[in-house]
Design a protein around this ligand. Structure first.
Ligand SMILES: *[C@@H]1O[C@H](CO)[C@@H](O)[C@H](O)[C@H]1NC(C)=O
Ligand SMILES: *[C@@H]1O[C@H](CO)[C@@H](O)[C@H](O)[C@H]1NC(C)=O
Length: 315
């Protein structure tokens, strides 16, 4: 009986020591775990959550019907019909491998809803969510696009965010992507060592309160950037730890930094820049060797494309 009690006490003691040791080990480990970035504050979280908004127009089956290699997502204001029409008549529909969709919010005072609805029914390429479509809300728009892509297009290979005033050489782009990485890849016109513009009057103003760091992350110009489709979900996920800044390309850069992904500079092995974010005069054979050129009005795009589509192969 005595030895029995003794053995039980020893047993208990051993178990206790093991438990205490485990707790110590856990505590010690906890102490050395690198702190995760802080989640963004509640109000920003609400503004950037897809659950906050609802779709007024949607194309949930678009990627399943066409199974494109590359989805081109064009953020555009609801009233910018002429830009959409020009894109539909040019690079938006020029390649079998791509699918072009237009992404928008709502305008204050409300748009003539029936014309947009009609347009959406005719072309099946308009997606509209009920956030306010303003310049300051472009980050919301991009993050909703990322969520949309992750939800509806998991089986395409690449997506591109491209502004509505861009000339896109989809032929060169698709060819380039055929030999690009299929995961963790984002490319475009890479901007590094940028500094936040503290002058409140600037179009690019970023107050210290909004962005305390004195360097911008490495980011890809928002005129047009291309990424492997896995990044749509990854960027959405990382965004939970990134404070809102109104410049969507800088914001995506901050998300990439959380993910530890470095954007790849879009250029040839001879260092020729393929994503031309300056305005260039149209030149058929020069454009044949570029992915995109910035600053095209709808009429200029239509005119340039007429020549380009007929002659680019002979360059
Ligand atoms: C681990 O660290 C976190 C944050 O520093 C703290 O809230 C938590 O209580 C710690 N866990 C343990 C078991 O000490
Ligand atoms: C951004 O969108 C939200 C949601 O629609 C709206 O409440 C807010 O006023 C908008 N912000 C700006 C600066 O336009």
């Amino acid at each position: 009986m005595r030895t029995h009690v003794f053995r039980r006490s020893v047993g208990l003691l051993v178990v206790s020591v093991v438990i205490v040791a485990c707790v110590y080990a856990l505590l010690a480990r906890n102490g050395s775990v690198k702190q995760l970035p802080k989640p963004r504050p509640a109000e920003e979280h609400r503004l950037l959550s897809p659950e906050t908004y609802t779709y007024l127009l949607n194309q949930p089956a678009a990627c399943k019907v066409r199974k494109p290699f590359l989805v081109l997502m064009v953020p555009v204001a609801p009233h910018d019909y002429s830009a959409r029409e020009a894109i539909r008549k040019t690079w938006g529909t020029a390649s079998q491998d791509t699918l072009t969709l237009f992404y928008m919010g709502i305008t204050e005072g409300g748009q003539a809803r029936s014309t947009l609805w009609e347009e959406s029914r005719t072309h099946s390429d308009v997606i509209q969510m009920n956030f306010l479509d303003t310049y300051k809300n472009l980050t919301i728009k991009t993050m909703m696009m990322m969520n949309w892509l992750a939800t509806h297009c998991p089986d395409v290979f690449y997506a591109m965010k491209v502004d509505a005033d861009i000339f896109v050489n989809v032929f060169y782009l698709v060819r380039m992507l055929r030999s690009s990485p299929r995961r963790g890849y984002i490319t475009g016109s890479v901007i590094s060592h940028g500094k936040p513009q503290r002058n409140a009057a600037s179009k690019w103003a970023l107050s210290e309160q909004m962005y305390p760091e004195d360097r911008l992350p490495t980011y890809v110009s928002g005129a047009g950037y291309v990424f492997s489709i896995d990044l749509a979900a990854e960027i959405s996920r990382a965004s939970r730890f990134v404070r809102l800044v109104p410049y969507e390309d800088v914001y995506v850069g901050l998300c990439l930094r959380v993910l530890g992904i470095r954007p790849v500079y879009g250029r040839t092995w001879l260092f020729k820049n393929l994503f031309e974010i300056r305005n260039l005069e149209y030149d058929r054979c020069r454009f044949a060797g570029l992915v995109l050129v910035n600053g095209f009005q709808p009429s200029q795009l239509l005119q340039a494309w007429k020549d380009f589509s007929q002659g680019y192969k002979s360059c």
